[in-house]
Design a protein around this ligand. Sequence first.
Ligand code: ATP
Length: 255
Amino acid sequence: MSAYSVELKEVRKSFGKSEIIRGATLQVPRGERYAIIGPNGAGKSTLFNLISGRFGVSSGDILLNGKSIRGMKPFEINRSGLSRSFQITNIFHRLTVYENLRCAVLWSLGYKYSFWHRLNGLRDAHERAEAVMEQIGLRRRRNTSAGLLTYAEQRALEIGITIAGGADVILLDEPTAGMSRSESDNAVELIRRVTVGKTLLMVEHDMSVVFGLADKIAVVVYGEVIACDTPANIRGNAKVQEAYLGGHAPAEAHA
Ligand SMILES: Nc1ncnc2c1ncn2[C@@H]1O[C@H](COP(=O)(O)OP(=O)(O)OP(=O)(O)O)[C@@H](O)[C@H]1O
């Protein structure tokens, strides 16, 4: 098995005549937490959309656990062990916390309408949904409609939905966007807890979250990964400071 969960090999992506991703290369080792940072419009979300199969690459390749995902649909990539969250919350507001998690588990199990499969699937889904609810700290909100949760609770539920299927590779898109300082501190703890032993790739603008969570930081500028290194080295990287931060160290920035 490959040592890397995710590998980008000279990935390019154009929309019409505009090339947005311009030869991005990155290797994310199994079990590590990587943050992708970069200025607005650099192509971070586009990279996530390519890795999760929403868009196809124009050229180059993306490997998941050593196997090319070129041409695969998002649900096939999901069932190959990669799960992503979205910038906009992706929850069903009228369903309860428990029901949202159960749906996510059933979806990831590849739920089929055969009778025996359904019975087993339902039992597994119930247990898994309960376990995830405990992990994300929403047990006391079990029967509350998701639409009535606080914003931070909704984001925690979103993370729960993302991990519910047991994927080994988790992509989180701005998991702390819109949160207060204390809410995002809690979110960092939550993300750390639920990604133990997993590979995490997250796009995040909040540098205290990035520096608090990431083993490595990949800096994307104009569709290229211009640096990928430890937080300490990224902070001291002159190229990064110049290209991305206008001369300021990343620790001081809040894009
Ligand atoms: N489906 C699309 N069609 C055309 N252009 C697109 C599409 N998706 C993204 N783009 C363009 O690609 C560029 C990169 O966008 P992207 O959202 O990936 O950047 P980002 O680094 O995630 O930015 P932000 O930090 O603001 O979220 C932008 O110029 C955007 O307009």
